[in-house]
Design a protein around this ligand. Sequence first.
Ligand SMILES: Nc1nc2c(ncn2[C@@H]2O[C@@H]3COP(=O)(O)O[C@H]4[C@@H](O)[C@H](n5cnc6c(=O)[nH]c(N)nc65)O[C@@H]4COP(=O)(O)O[C@H]3[C@H]2O)c(=O)[nH]1
Length: 586
Amino acid sequence: MRLRFFDRLSIRQTLLLTAALAGVLGVVAGALGGAGDVGAGLAALAVGALGAGAWVLGIERALARAFEELSQLARRAGHDADYTLRSEAARRDAIGRLGADLNDMLERIERRDLMLAAEVSARTRELEDLNAQLHHQAFHDTLTGLPNRALFDDRLEQAVAYSRRHQRRIAVMFLDLDNFKTINDTLGHAAGDELLMLVAERICQVLREVDTVSRFGGDEFTILLLELSPDDYAEHIARRLIDNFEHPFFIQNKPVTITTSIGITIFPDDVPEGGMTNTLDLLKRNADAAMYTAKDAGKNTYQFFEEHMNRAAQEHLSMQLELRRALQENELHVYYQPVVDLRQGRTIGLEALVRWRHPEKGELLPGAFIPFAEKFGLIAQIDQWVLAAVCRQWRDWQAQLPPGFWVAVNLSAASLKNHGLVDEIAEVLYSHGVPASAIVIELTESQLMENARDVLGLLQGLRELGLRLSIDDFGTGYSSLAYLRQFHVDALKIDRSFVHDLGSHDAAAIVSTIVAMARNLKLRVIAEGVETPAQLEVLRGLACDCIQGFLYAAPLPPAAVPAQLHAVLVPPGDAAPDPGAPPLTP
Ligand SMILES: Nc1nc2c(ncn2[C@@H]2O[C@@H]3COP(=O)(O)O[C@H]4[C@@H](O)[C@H](n5cnc6c(=O)[nH]c(N)nc65)O[C@@H]4COP(=O)(O)O[C@H]3[C@H]2O)c(=O)[nH]1
């Protein structure tokens, strides 16, 4: 109860009460001691009261200062977020403990703060790295690490702007690897990728820091040369690039040689004045057109842009679109040229020759579009289309065809690279109900010899299917006799250039040698391009088996073929000895 009373008093009240009690005790003691001492007691009371008051005030101020200090410290820490602040009051009382608690709290906040700051900065760094990585990926080619098309365009735009402001010349180069597809097809895509990386390095070696090289896609690179000084700097770089490619690249420790074709355009020289809007596109198109001209000029060279090149590029482009349309819209069709057996004097087979009925240009011969189809990668599709057309036609004629009659179909080099070719041909034959023995596949000598080792398996697959094989344009390439035996073909077709020159001793000697060799290998010989009776007589004399040429029939539309099937075209011959059951005889 007593305690509760004192609990309710403030310190000041307690001290005042204590001083008053001391004074009262002094007065009581004085009164007990005598009257004189009462005065002394009163004086003591007054002094005690005054002393106590002063003491109380002193204590109160000291306490207030201590609290104020703590409160200021807490406010500053909160306001400035400075948790390194500490109370320095070294007291052992409640205020001291309060200060220590405050310090403890500040220390914990400070530690948590540091931890958070470290975490935030780590996360920020992570995000910054990720951002830089994404930025790099957006503007660089993942395989070679070179700038990509987007970054190249950006730099080109800046370069054009700079060049306009400061009247400087810049060059844009397009660089395309020659026959890269062959390397990819023969060595595989991993080797192709490795080659592209090495090529990127080699290009960089030739350029200055200020120039930009980018991988534009596939095997195509673009180069931006700033500040063309000296004036022929672009040409100098093009030459160095071409020279630099002369050294082989080493892929999986094997030397691989590849060349490059380069197109160059100069800004502002090659851009018409005022054509501001599509300058970038124009420069790239110019360099591309110049690069194609370099390819057409035999590859492994460079070409500066000239105005006429864009027209050629335009024609290329429209030819490509038109060819695709031709395949879709059935504008292609097949003519058939009889092959006549000299001993029997009649047609024993036909060669299928594609034609294009172009809506504006009229009837086009293969020479006008096959090279484009090869370039645009459409030739294998055309081969397939022709085979299917031949099979349909064979079904229509089937009842009229003499036994053992065949139709020869040309296959391009691109078709030979198709690993699924045998299956695809089997599927077409099967779906049309045509026996494989009715089809002869014609492959040119150069196609076969250039890929001799690779095509052996394919040829075997075709033979196992039951197809027969013949070598076209024989004599124009360099045949290896060893391969000739391994190919197991059924016939050789002597190129028409030898037939044309039969009057000359050399050509006759070559034809005679081919026929003799074919006899030994038990192959049938067909002479192409026979136009005159004189050529026919020489060929008969050389014991040639068959002829094909305008002398008897040009390539014919399908409707004209049945009339040729049973007609005796040449008097049956007696000059040619029996070659020993050559395969292409019915
Ligand atoms: N000067 C002369 N020429 C004669 C004579 N007899 C035939 N010719 C021509 O000689 C070519 C024979 O075809 P090729 O050597 O296989 O040469 C063919 C063949 O390599 C290719 N070709 C034709 N059709 C196809 C096809 O469907 N696919 C593929 N990949 N190539 C084809 O186009 C080449 C040219 O075909 P065409 O223009 O039809 O030309 C044909 C034919 O019209 C003659 O007495 N004198």
